[in-house]
Design a protein around this ligand. Sequence first.
Ligand SMILES: [Zn+2]
Length: 117
Amino acid sequence: MVERSLRGMKIGANSLESDIGVALVDRREVTYECLDNKQRFVVTLAADAEAPTVWECRCGSEARLIGAQVDEEEKNQKPVRTHWDMLLERRSTKELQELLDERLALLREGKLYKRMR
Ligand SMILES: [Zn+2]
């Protein structure tokens, strides 16, 4: 019994909340400025994660990414693909028109949301 409870403690001591023995991904720090009180703070992100342009400050206000122009350059090199772009890569406009007509016909007949039985 005693041994068992000690084992339980050992597991807790090796918790993943500690950095010991945990492989860390490369990280980078980005700075945000609170729109409300101009207070700046640093957020640590994975190196390959895209920094959101807006972050919530501790005070609850919106904070803006500092140095966002770096991200803009990256975006220019690699244009953001919208859902619409991806759809057009897979289907021609003619195919999409046919699909839309089909769905619209079902919608108008009131069949679109009926469950199959
Ligand atoms: Zn704030």
